[in-house]
Ligand binder design. Structure first.
Ligand SMILES: [Zn+2]
Length: 304
């Protein structure tokens, strides 16, 4: 009767339309899949999806562009309530998506079985981004990029249902998956020694050289940013304290609860329109570039 933690019930795989703003070909289709919810807990999952989406659309540029999105919820019915690694590493749960904390020996890294996610996300009418909500109060999450799903999405974000920062984690993770933004935080004294980066919001150039080269966020230099201060080149980003710059001191890509900075907002809107226009099918995702972001999510939280 039980296979891979998936409870064999009629409700398993049901698709619910949470928000429908338009045709799936014209919109960004966000698909939520729940893990660690038993059949009796499915109403909780639907409530959690609505709450998370409200958190996301409370921040710009989501608020202004909320009509670009459809939101779907796919029911995955788990045998057990809760997920593995909650509260401690030795806790094993039998769940539909195999969510587990302590991924890569990092307590807050919440990993998931991607093929199982695919089997559920594929049931939605369309899937441009998948968010897995784990039935948990524990702090954690992860962002997968370059997933190359046959269904169409290339990003998967994970978060827990009932931690106060979960909505913020969702927004931050979509910064990676939709905005293609790099992390703007660091956690050691290391120095970046490489060439100019491939990411939108990090650069080895200082402001003068960036302006001279008309590179990266040069058009925003000196502008007042919604996350506070002015856009410039601030040292420290992408896990390195030195040798690499970010656009502002403290944006959402550095600290949860903050706004995106101006280059970040622009990248997010561009990301929305990668999916929200008919040309969105031409994405040429680099093959096999699968990565897990945010190995130490704890560092994202404002430690007062
Ligand atoms: Zn991140």
């Amino acid at each position: 009767m039980l296979k891979n933690g998936r409870a064999n019930t009629a409700a398993d795989g049901d698709v619910h339309e949470i928000i429908k703003n338009g045709d799936v070909g014209d919109r960004v289709d966000i698909v939520f899949v729940g893990d660690g919810y038993t059949e009796a807990e499915l109403p909780d999952f639907h409530t959690d999806v609505k709450e998370k989406w409200k958190d996301v659309t409370d921040i710009e540029p989501y608020t202004t562009h909320a009509e670009l999105f459809n939101v779907w919820a796919v029911d995955a019915v788990s045998t057990d309530s809760g997920v593995s690694g909650d509260p401690t590493a030795d806790v094993q749960k039998n769940t539909a998506l195999g969510s587990h904390f302590f991924c890569n020996d990092t307590e807050r890294l919440l990993c998931v079985d991607l093929p199982r996610v695919e089997s559920y996300a594929g049931k939605a009418p369309a899937a441009d981004l998948v968010i897995v909500v784990s039935n948990s109060e524990k702090y954690g999450g992860a962002g997968y990029s370059g997933v190359n799903s046959p269904v169409g999405y290339d990003g998967v974000a994970t978060l827990s249902s009932s931690h106060d920062d979960s909505g913020q984690i969702a927004i931050h993770e979509t910064g990676h998956s939709l905005g293609l933004l790099a992390d703007e935080y660091w956690y050691d004294e290391s120095r970046y020694e490489g060439d100019e980066t491939g990411s939108i919001n990090t650069s080895v150039y200082g402001a003068d050289e960036m302006a001279q080269r008309q590179a990266k966020w040069h058009r925003w230099l000196g502008e007042e940013s919604p996350d506070g201060g002015t856009v410039g080149t601030y040292e420290g980003a992408s896990y390195n304290a030195y040798g690499i710059n970010r656009p502002t001191d403290n944006s959402m890509m550095r600290t949860l609860g903050r706004e995106f900075n101006l280059p970040g907002r622009e990248a997010m809107v561009a990301g929305f329109y990668r999916y929200a226009t008919p040309l969105a099918t031409d994405r040429r995702t680099e093959a096999a570039r699968k990565s897990i972001r945010d190995p130490e999510l704890l560092k994202l939280v404002d430690t007062k």
